[in-house]
Design a protein around this ligand. Structure first.
Ligand code: ADP
Ligand code: DP6
Ligand code: CO
Length: 359
């Protein structure tokens, strides 16, 4: 490669995903192998997504990364694992237009700069690590012309953050926990694409955009070490739920879907409470939203809305159709008006933006 200055850039955009059957607990911390399968829905990229630009140039003398405009350290094992795995799969690159030629072996010496932005709160329980690492791995693979399929990339993104493996596909996605020691079969598969169940409308109530006190990684480590309930959940409950959830999704059975989604969210938070010291991701506003939805679903006789909360207080509400979504939004605005002096400060809807931050 001749000494010259050039920069090759690739930008990718990846949506976040929210689990309806939760991943919580690792059997291998380094490879990020989970204790159970999980299922998620990938959100509309317009509202909650990561945009990542990766650049390579012979003038870069080290790998560097900026997250939301601030430089962060790449020394953590997770970033290094993703970089190493993609570098190992890099191929020749030839960009005739720009006169750039990179041979496969050059990737070992070349350094990468990464700039990533989340258009939603980072580390607040809206799965920024999922969109973030999926986007990073996808962008690096494009930059280095790695020819892996998305499911293969998902096994690499998994090593950045477990939930990230599910963001490489749209629609409903299953992360198969896998059996092998090296984790090669712990990857994501698409169950159905985004068109399969397009009646559903997702509304996110941003109860707090503050960074959570206990990261998902630390929280689930404590749970694995101290909760007896987790074993029961992972071995007895989730395997059955996964089968039922797949069935509900394939047949678009909203009543079963809602029942399973809400039950799994509640059990995940029960497991957090069963951790020593107990972890409280939800707050009073989250609890009030649950009560409001439960009451409404009961009064209708059949579920209109499913709720699920990740490792944070923010509610992800899945309405069965647009009519239910409109009614839900009316109820939310009545009972939880976005005001600076309340916790709840904005709503985001599945396919159209709604209310801006009032706080
Ligand atoms: P969340 O609920 O938002 O996923 P986590 O505690 O799981 O919170 O993960 C937050 C961490 O994920 C951040 O501290 C950062 O290390 C990483 N992360 C978030 N966004 C990105 C991104 N765009 N690119 C790379 N890493 C990211
Ligand atoms: C509650 O994937 O963020 O959102 O693998 O340690 O990075 P690490 O954790 P992360 O955990 C996500 C937990 C969850 C449930 C889920 O997304 O399945
Ligand atoms: Co996360």
């Amino acid at each position: 490669m001749a000494e010259q200055t050039w920069v090759r850039l690739v930008t990718a955009q990846t949506p976040t995903n929210i689990a309806v059957i939760k991943y919580w607990g690792k059997r291998d911390e380094t490879l990020i192998l989970p204790v159970n399968d999980s299922i998620s829905v990938t959100l509309d990229p317009e509202h909650l997504c990561t945009t990542t630009t990766v650049a390579v140039s012979p003038s870069f003398d080290q790998d560097r990364m900026w997250l939301n405009g601030k430089e962060i350290s790449l020394s953590g094992g997770r970033y290094q694992n993703c970089l190493r795995e993609i570098r190992a799969r890099a191929c020749d690159v030839e960009d005739e237009e720009k006169g750039i030629k990179i041979a496969r072996k050059d990737w070992e010496k070349l350094h990468i700069h990464i700039a990533s932005y989340n258009n939603f709160p980072t580390a607040a329980g809206l799965a920024s690590s999922a969109a973030g690492f999926a986007c990073l791995v996808f962008a690096l693979a494009k930059l280095m012309n790695a020819k892996e399929e998305n499911s293969q990339l998902s096994a690499i993104a998994r090593q950045g953050s477990g939930s990230a493996c599910r963001s490489l596909f749209g629609g409903f996605v299953k992360w198969i926990m896998g059996k092998t020691e090296d984790g090669s079969d712990s990857l994501a598969v698409q169950l159905v694409d985004e068109k399969h169940w397009d009646d559903l409308v997702i509304i996110i109530a941003v109860v707090s955009s503050r960074q959570k006190e206990t990261s998902s990684t630390t929280g689930m480590r404590d749970t694995v070490e101290t909760s007896l309930l987790l074993q029961h959940r992972a071995q007895e409950i989730v395997p059955k739920r996964i089968v039922e959830m797949e069935e509900a999704i394939k047949s678009r059975d909203f009543a079963s879907f809602a029942q399973l989604t809400c039950a799994d969210s509640n059990q995940f938070h029960a497991v957090c409470l069963d951790t020593r010291p107990p972890i409280f991701y939800m707050n009073d506003t989250s609890h009030r939203i649950i009560s409001c939805v439960e009451k409404w679903n009961r009064s209708e006789g059949t579920p209109q809305v499913a709720y699920t909360f990740d490792a944070g207080p923010n509610a992800v509400l899945i309405a069965r159709d647009r009519k239910a979504a409109t009614q839900l939004l009316q109820k939310l605005l009545f009972y939880f008006p976005p005001q600076p002096d309340t916790d709840l400060n904005s709503y985001v809807i599945g396919d159209k933006s709604i209310l801006k931050d009032a706080g």
